[in-house]
Write a protein that binds this ligand. Sequence first.
Ligand code: ADP
Ligand code: MG
Length: 306
Amino acid sequence: MLHVKNLTFSYNKIPVLKDISFKAHTGEHIAIIGESGSGKSTLLKVLYGEYDLDKGHIFWKDEAILGPKYNLVIGYDFMKYVAQEFDLMPYITVEENIGKFLSRFYPEEKEQRTAELLKVVELTKFAKTKVKTLSGGQKQRVALARALAKQPEIILLDEPFSHIDNFKKQSLRRSVFKYLKNKNITCIVATHDKEDVLGFADKMIVLNDNKIAVNDAPETLYKNPKTPLIASFFGEFNIINKKIVYAHQLQVVEHSKLKATVKQSYFKGHYYLIEAELNAETLFFEHYQNLEKETVIYLSIEKNNL
Ligand code: ADP
Ligand code: MG
């Protein structure tokens, strides 16, 4: 279990992380979310032991994770960290980059393990390619495979799929997260992408104002988003009578008290996102078809339509 107790950290004088406490059980998948600059990357670096804490403690099982003041070499064998800016060895192949961390005394095992990891990150075809010729997304996948090479007990991933195009993202995400669950590897993922969270994370920690705003199951937070910040993570929403209402919870009806005027329709695939005006305020709802500008419509809130 990872145990973070009252962690406070500042680069200069002003704390970037204030009084952070949470736990991650073995095999659990925790997502750290928050706006850009909220301290997600800093938190992962601190967990990795890259910096000394101002206050607090971090434990993995019974072992304290300590910063550079106490450790000559940063990092621990049981923990791997894939930074937002991954550093690979450009002049050797993908296969060699991954194998670098595996024992050369067992060539057969090394080969098998490398092949397995290449499959997880969907790079089998690129095994013999020199890293310097890869795209950003491909390099990111090599960095992931390399972190997994010597099976860690816990892995820290910073925006792990940010450089990967949408064509590959979904399947890669499933492949990597499935692998981590199967191997019972604890994983802490910093992200601003809800696709990295929904369907995968057991818990979702929202960072805001240097603190943990909430820490709960994504489903719980989705169904009852306590703040606009949390709601905005899940999608378009409105505040109607002081309540958060997702765009898909609004339905066009024949008549209601919510009378709005259509301003714009956006094609979104299986629905249109409609921008409308209600009492001089902008409102969003989803609709099965395009609506003409200036059409007057009535809306009702479907409370159960979460
Ligand atoms: P996120 O990953 O959520 O975008 P970061 O952890 O990168 O946020 O940054 C959190 C805050 O810490 C930001 O205000 C950023 O400017 C600051 N920061 C990040 N790295 C450093 C650093 N090495 N030195 C000083 N300030 C930093
Ligand atoms: Mg970051």
